[in-house]
Ligand binder design. Structure first.
Ligand code: AMP
Length: 119
């Protein structure tokens, strides 16, 4: 159980080492691990260790410092595992594919195609 009394999310269980994952970086409040089904040469999931915020909008409103820490970890992961260029993708809302309501970001790096998202 978490401090809220809810069942822990899959990402809380990864942070607690209850579910195996290839963890590449962590801070006191953030954990980053290789995605089990990578969509890019480098695909790392970066997430708060606690599932208090269900999506990036809640996180930005509730704890902007934690969102900034998450972005800093994403930057460091992209620099460590690739050339430092990266995409940072959030998928808030079920319509965008979210099924576990625990905010996480996807770092996509390495061999990114140029396109209209550049910049
Ligand atoms: P999404 O729900 O689209 O934000 O993505 C969650 C991501 O977590 C998916 O891309 C999954 O492949 C990934 N994932 C789920 N379980 C694990 C795991 N045990 N280790 C690594 N990645 C995982």
């Amino acid at each position: 159980m978490t401090e809220s009394g809810a069942e822990p999310t899959i990402f809380e269980r990864i942070a607690a080492r209850e579910i195996p994952a290839d963890i590449v970086a962590e801070t006191d409040r953030i954990v980053a691990f290789h995605d089990i089904a990578p969509k890019a040469p480098v695909h790392v999931v970066v997430t708060p260790k606690q599932g208090r915020y269900r999506d990036v909008v809640e996180l930005a409103n509730g704890d902007p410092a934690l969102l900034a820490e998450l972005v800093a970890v994403a930057r460091d992961v992209a620099a460590d595992l690739s050339d430092g260029d990266f995409r940072l993708v959030f998928n808030p809302g079920g319509g965008a594919g979210q099924t576990v309501f625990h905010v996480r970001a996807h770092v996509l790096a390495g061999g990114l195609e140029e396109g209209s998202l550049a910049g």
